[in-house]
Design a protein around this ligand. Sequence first.
Ligand code: KIV
Ligand code: NA
Length: 278
Amino acid sequence: MRTSLSALRKKLANGRKLSMLTCYDAGFARVLDEAGIDTLLIGDSLGMVVQGRDSTLPVTIQDIAYHTACVVRGAANAFVLADMPFGSYQESPAQALHNAVILMQAGAQMVKLEGGAEIAPSIELLTRSGIPVCGHIGLMPSHVHALGGFRVQGKETADADRIVADAQAVEAAGAAMLVIEAVPDAVARRVCNDTTLMTIGIGASAACDGQVLVLHDMLGLTHSPAKFVKNYMVDVSGGGDAVLQAARRYAQEVESGVFPGAEHVYGLTSGSVAGLYG
Ligand code: KIV
Ligand code: NA
């Protein structure tokens, strides 16, 4: 039976953390489902890892809808979360609703939008329309050109304060879940403490309610992965089901809080350049 939002909440209430991986096709969806991954995210990262582009910006709502339908056909159990790509929601709440409907009709159970207080009216309309929403703050990859690169966010106190305020705005607008990407551990902990959202970290903190990684990163397919990536293919033995074993180990390590370790999170002060790799 397909996992519901309330089933995710129940798992958390029982003291187990939530595992999430990105997924873009039916073949991987079937294996990740068998491995017990709680949530499959059809991320706009597909622009980079599937389409070979150097950012997520060219990804369209049709791209996400297509891959969402593929994942839904492959996975019978996992909760399915789909990204709203760059330009598909920033114009107006009406535009956000129009495009979120496309993803829900493709089989998503929740949609994810990058942004803070400035997109609160859109989050409000979606949730009032019965569409569960996941926010995404910290490093927002669709802002890569404004940021001048993929960098750790929130190292300055003012930036950290803004990230916490944005998380609270996203919560007040009705979101149920929040991805926190590439911020110092201490900043992620503030977000976790100051909101009641289900928090999902990537380069954030072990204190989050769950973790997400890009599938290609955790399978060791990425040329120079960020510090927050753990390659789960390193320790699998040769049984012919290496991907299943890797995904299973990831699910277990997230559930029990073993991943992320100290080597996967950022400090507030380490390194003057807030790159993702150090
Ligand atoms: O697109 C994506 O893969 C994501 C995750 C990194 C959270 O948004
Ligand atoms: Na994304």
